[in-house]
Design a protein around this ligand. Sequence first.
Ligand SMILES: C[S@@+](CC[C@H](N)C(=O)[O-])C[C@H]1O[C@@H](n2cnc3c(N)ncnc32)[C@H](O)[C@@H]1O
Length: 291
Amino acid sequence: MSEIRLFVTSSEKQVEAVLDVMSTIFEDEDFAIATMEIDEKRDVWEASVYMMADEEESVRVRLVEALAADFSHLPIEREVLPDIDWIAKSLEGLAPVRAGRFVIHGSHDREKVRTGEIAIEIDAGQAFGTGHHGTTAGCLEVLASVAHTRPVRNVLDLGTGSGVLAIAAWKLLHVPVLATDIDAIATRVASENARRNGVVTGMTFATAPGFHSTAFSANGPFDLIIANILARPLMKMAPQLVANLTPGGSVILSGILAEQRWKVLAAYNGQRLKHERTIWRNGWVTIHLTK
Ligand SMILES: C[S@@+](CC[C@H](N)C(=O)[O-])C[C@H]1O[C@@H](n2cnc3c(N)ncnc32)[C@H](O)[C@@H]1O
């Protein structure tokens, strides 16, 4: 089935406002949303939402409705994207990513690892997390800095995807790591990636939505919790997440668009966590808080 892009074209300022509207209506769903500069001199930009062909009509109806109030003058255009083997394509373009002391690379780039780097080998596959997304790279950067400043005896990676953050924490800290995901395929991929990266003991995997598993009480509470999910589930889970954190422990949250950060901070301040630092990468923020 083809992939479709629905988009509007305008100035950078208007396109940013349209992107805000798009993120509000589609924030809990899997549709990718992006802005792109078309012509720098003429200030021409596009805001796009991507979907599969069978979802186009319902997305279009919602988009027209949401843009009606302030942007009805902007026509919604459409592009059918060519069918591409995305996994092969993404592998071709995946250069190693460096964040803190970490380098995340595909198996085709093993020789590019430099002395002193902590290398994590992840090939693009069925689970999210090759290090190229701003949220993953942001978590790695904060992880490296947290490890310098605080003793960490165990780690929880909630929403592990490819396992990249769990493997990074294990390689950096040499402590037990629990890696969980709502998606059983992700948990399987994460454990295969862990094995491929030389993790033999000290890492536990569980498939669980949020904190609904005995794995959390069996392995926690945790000195460090990393959760790269999305703003809304992170806000909802704040009480349980903080209950699973040791006093003095650290939380690294990502999957949060810059404009959503205040709501997420409010949810965690409400649980008496202290804000330490927020970093930005490609429009996404990663937040470090302590208990
Ligand atoms: C953005 S990916 C992050 C993957 C990886 N940790 C990284 O940083 O690259 C989010 C992951 O969280 C998982 N997820 C989403 N909602 C979840 C929930 N309520 N409980 C556990 N995992 C969840 C998804 O299946 C997905 O693998």
